[in-house]
Design a protein around this ligand. Sequence first.
Ligand code: GDP
Length: 298
Amino acid sequence: MFATLSDRLSATFKNLRGKGRLSEADIDATAREIRIALLEADVALPVVKQFVGAVKERARGEEVSGALNPAQQIVKIVNEELVTILGGETRRLRYAKNGPTVIMLAGLQGAGKTTLAAKLALWLKDQGKTPLLVACDLQRPNAVNQLQVNGERVGVPVYAPEPGNGVGNPVAVAQASIEEAKRRLHDVVIVDTAGRLGVDAELMQQAADIRDAVRPDEVLFVVDAMIGQDAVTTAQAFLDGVGYDGVVLTKLDGDARGGAALSIASITGKPVMFASNGEKLTDFDLFHPDRMASRILD
Ligand code: GDP
């Protein structure tokens, strides 16, 4: 991931090596190169503009520090600005003070939600939590079964509708699952909701109804990073239609350019909280903006 961006940025920095002082022309040329690098990485235009503007301004105003030469100074600025557009600090899950913490997942079909639900459950289990998975994706024929299979693989129980118990009604299933979690002393409930192939009003309404019924502590928007700028557009639509607290990027392993990862936090104002980067159920972790920035500049 980020291979082209990394290469382009390091070539840009190479041009500055050995320079004692950066002229206005050097700064302009560097800013132009960074702009091209970000656009080629499929970063959203407003984010590119903000980024390049900030780098230019800081490069002009930066005090020449004794410890860093001008090229190092630029690398430092770019690193800090990358951390900023990636969302700044690592945003960790907020747990409920009383009762089970409810985490609701929303996103389009194929985003990797069901897989992610199991990955998150395993991750929470490793943190000493006792999660319950809830199958509220009653739209896709195989979704409940898929969650059950994955739940079994990670050793986490799955609450699913039974005949006569809320079949076809995801809101009722979600509500009942909270009671079940309380009864069985689960401390986290992960509610997997239905997705569609595209954004539509009915999908948004269903997700909003589940949200209103279970009042989640965290709503996570799950999105496939491989769809690039479409991820950003979809993120905006879900923000308007359902609202959420954080973003989970999936399939980062297949995303060569990194445009969604680099744009989504700035455009939506919501932090990327988790990254999913493979088909194995352990390919999952918190998203750390600083580590991601270091990887780009490695
Ligand atoms: P849902 O429709 O949103 O529930 O999506 P699924 O969980 O069924 O995932 C859709 C496909 O993406 C499946 O084939 C998953 O194995 C695959 N998938 C999910 N997450 C990742 C990931 O992080 N990396 C890769 N390479 N594939 C993934």
